[in-house]
Design a protein around this ligand. Structure first.
Ligand code: ADP
Ligand code: MG
Length: 254
């Protein structure tokens, strides 16, 4: 049995009196591509944000790539040191719905900034790799442009290149195409689809693009009220869901 790369062990996350995750357990094996689906407010983004160490939680443990961190009981502060959190974070890349590129930096600077600053890569080497990554997302000729000169789909492809520049073991996508005009969705999904063929890369994806989820996922998890209500292979979840809540949700969006 392969050791999981990610393990949420009895993680409880509250915002004030609202319990978003209640003793949440979730394992992801290395290289696995997992899609999280479910109604708005069911806790999907919270799971990704905890993995990115953007969000403290109250109870339980998160294990990631052989490292782990706990929380103090109740107060919701990080127990791990900032250095430890930074180390965990270097394994994880995240692509947000809203691109979040640095507006005052060129496309190439956006991609090389973190590897030079955080990984200590030399500028020339970082730029060389940066151009390779931009070529992979089909944007090497835009390297000297600023984000505002690009379409939303192009900006999101830059954001993907930027996340990859840190050589993460885990790549998280939170509704990466939800902010895009419909005609730009395909180019971004195309890039993610190519990445899904990288066997070493572990991917967690929140999306409402069900046809796409079916193509790229090894496993689909249906979230409801902070729990994984049903999970399985995409063909099973989409063609023969067992739980009423899953059927209802899929019926409402397909
Ligand atoms: P999803 O991504 O599935 O739509 P989220 O993980 O964003 O759901 O949110 C789960 C629940 O946590 C929702 O009820 C949401 O309103 C609440 N929530 C998320 N972020 C915050 C926050 N910063 N403060 C208070 N409540 C929040
Ligand atoms: Mg969300």
């Amino acid at each position: 049995m392969t050791q999981p790369l990610i393990r949420f062990q009895d993680v409880t996350k509250r915002y004030g009196h609202l319990t978003v995750l209640d003793n949440f357990c979730f394992d992801v094996t290395p290289g696995e591509k997992v899609t999280l689906i479910g109604p708005s407010g069911s806790g999907k983004s919270t799971v990704l944000r905890i993995l990115m160490t953007l969000e403290p939680f109250q109870e339980g443990t998160l294990h990631l790539a052989g490292m782990s961190y706990h929380q103090d009981n109740g107060r919701g502060r990080f127990l791990a040191s900032e250095a430890h959190l930074r180390q965990i974070r270097t394994h994880v890349g995240m692509v947000f719905q809203s691109f979040n590129l640095f507006p005052h930096m060129t496309v190439l600077r956006n991609v090389v900034e973190a590897p030079t600053r955080v990984l200590g890569l030399g500028r020339a080497e970082a730029e060389c790799r940066g151009v390779d990554l931009l070529r992979m997302v089909g944007l090497s000729e835009k390297k000297d442009y600023y984000p505002s000169q690009l379409s939303g789909g192009q900006q999101q492809r830059v954001a993907i290149a930027r996340a990859l520049a840190m050589r993460p073991r885990v790549l998280l996508f939170d509704e990466p195409t939800s902010a895009l005009d419909p005609q730009l969705v395909g180019e971004v999904l195309g890039v993610i689809r190519d990445l899904a063929h990288e066997h070493d890369l572990t991917m967690l994806l929140v999306t409402h693009e069900m046809r796409f989820a079916r193509e790229v996922s090894d496993r689909v998890c249906f979230f409801d009220k902070g729990r994984i209500c049903e999970q399985g292979k995409p063909e099973d979840i989409f063609s023969a869901p067992k739980e009423d809540r899953t059927k209802e949700f899929l019926g409402s969006i397909l």
